[in-house]
Design a protein around this ligand. Structure first.
Ligand code: MRU
Length: 340
């Protein structure tokens, strides 16, 4: 099972997604500070992958704290973990993973690394299993000869392995149910063109790329059955934060009678938020929009608006798939019954 995150010989290694598809470069991460930086800089990205990386970051933090104050390593941890939790704001998997790791601190005797590493590896493995389960559940919803569109990268690169939205597409394709896979290029960071296309082609799945703005025409021409996306955070009522452009796709899908599926593990649900109204939606440096590969492409002096996530109301979602099951037309009561 391909994973963009590896723990090898006491070291965290991350596939540098900024370099794909041109180069496959693995970065060695030795400290929790490097781990926070790698998440902020999008060496690793995608909500579940960010969470798993943070879990290994907690292992590195514990190693650093134990080396400095063996007796009092626990007391030194909160400052480092606060910094880690702030590496990116929208993917709730980041805080979920740190909190999950923290629940194991009390039981540790002696050096914390072995016990915490085992826990981080469990989080990583559980994510892969959840993706496989969601893949099978989501594929059941697809008709024969399905034509599907995905946005951003919600694949192996964004998770512990296999993917959420791409897990459903992988599973559906393996069952012979999918006749056409479309992927939005996903401006401004090109997750679709660079990452989704790379990992699908690597696994022998054909993919057709389109400019984000071409999705409307695809739907108008009747060339789509399902839009399938992942999520960075899902509120208790089913509102979804995901890659910028997701909301537009959901509106278009409803207008054209195309079905809309969100695929996300339990760790992406934030039941502390009643709705998406208070969701933190990250804005990133405008240079991501104005430049391409460090070359300015926009007219000199143009200002930028670069929100990297948007909010899709639950009312626009036909199916929400988690490892706990499928929720059709999600709302607060159905989510509480399955997720909480
Ligand atoms: O900015 P990114 O690349 O981290 O955004 C990722 C997404 O929006 C994904 O769709 C989401 O995290 C789900 S990944 C399984």
């Amino acid at each position: 099972m391909f994973s963009p995150i590896i723990w090898r010989a006491g070291q965290l290694q991350l596939l540098d997604q900024r370099q794909l598809p041109k180069q496959e470069t693995w970065l060695a991460i030795d400290t929790v500070q490097q781990c926070s930086q790698a998440i902020s800089d999008m060496v690793v990205r995608g909500a579940p992958a960010i969470g798993i990386t943070a879990a290994y970051g907690v292992v590195l933090a514990a190693r650093q704290c134990y080396a400095q104050h063996a007796e009092h390593w626990r007391e030194a941890m909160p400052a480092l973990l606060r910094q880690l939790a702030q590496a990116r704001p929208t993917a709730v998997n980041l805080c979920w993973a740190i909190n999950t790791m923290q629940t194991h601190f009390a039981a540790v005797i002696g050096h914390p690394e072995p016990a915490l590493l085992a826990q981080a590896q469990r989080i990583h493995q559980d994510d892969i299993h959840a993706n496989q389960t969601m893949g099978a559940l989501g594929a059941q919803l697809l008709p024969q000869q399905a034509k599907v569109l995905t946005h951003c990268n919600a694949g192996a690169l964004a998770t512990g392995g296999y993917g959420t939205a791409l897990g459903v597409i992988r599973s559906g394709f393996a069952q012979g149910k999918i006749s056409q896979i479309y992927a939005d290029e996903t401006r401004p960071w090109w997750q679709g063109a660079r990452l989704t296309a790379w990992e699908l082609l690597r696994d022998g799945l054909p993919v057709t790329l389109l400019a984000d703005s071409a999705a409307a025409m695809l739907m108008q021409q009747g060339k789509l059955d399902w839009v399938i996306v992942g999520a960075d955070r899902i509120a208790a009522n089913g509102d979804v934060a995901n890659k910028i452009g997701t909301y537009g796709l959901a509106v278009l899908a409803r207008y054209h009678g195309v079905k809309f599926m969100v695929v996300a593990p339990r760790s992406t649900f934030d039941l502390s938020l009643a709705s998406g109204a208070a969701m933190p939606l990250e804005q990133r440096d405008g240079r991501e929009l104005l430049c391409f590969q460090n070359q300015t492409v926009a007219a000199q002096g143009a200002d930028s608006f670069n929100p990297v996530f948007d909010l899709t109301p639950a009312a626009l979602i036909d199916a929400m798939v988690s490892e706990r099951g499928v929720i059709l037309q999600p709302d607060a009561a159905k989510i509480a019954a399955i997720i909480s």
